[in-house]
Design a protein around this ligand. Structure first.
Ligand code: CU
Length: 139
């Protein structure tokens, strides 16, 4: 069987649209920090699709560097560590909150006040970008 290029392209597009990862953001926010300081991003992430999502990176036009962090207890002390990937199984939620998973918003390129919005894209292992806005709130 021989497909024309147009038909093949249409088939591939249909296929890729059905496999697009679906990530929902609930209540994304960030506590206000002193100017120039690293900030944290909190939210609930829901994988509303039927495939696992592995978040591996992030980007924001307002920060030089974004990392995905976890907290672990080491010698009785809570420490942050960078995650290679934050995995969210299909149909599951992951809570990002103080003391647990969080987004590290590093190298701020601007100053913030309460009520400002931070644009954040989380990037999955397939290279797909999931973009949201975090509301800056007083601590
Ligand atoms: Cu951190």
């Amino acid at each position: 069987m021989k497909f024309s290029h147009a038909i093949l392209t249409a088939l591939l597009m249909a296929l890729s649209s059905t496999t697009l990862a679906a990530l929902a953001f609930d209540d994304p926010w960030s506590p206000l920090a002193p100017p120039g300081r690293t900030m944290a991003g909190f939210m609930v992430l829901s994988n509303t699709g039927d495939a696992p999502i592995a978040l591996v990176d992030g980007e924001s036009p307002q920060f030089g560097r974004i990392e995905i962090h976890d907290m672990i207890k080491e010698d009785g002390v809570m420490r942050m560590r960078r995650l290679e990937a934050l995995n969210i199984p299909p149909g599951e939620d992951v809570v990002l909150a103080s003391g647990g998973f969080h987004i590290m918003l590093m190298e701020p390129l601007t100053t913030f006040e309460a009520g400002d919005q931070i644009e954040l894209s989380l990037i999955d292992a397939a290279g797909q970008r999931h973009t949201t806005q975090l509301e800056v709130r007083p601590r």
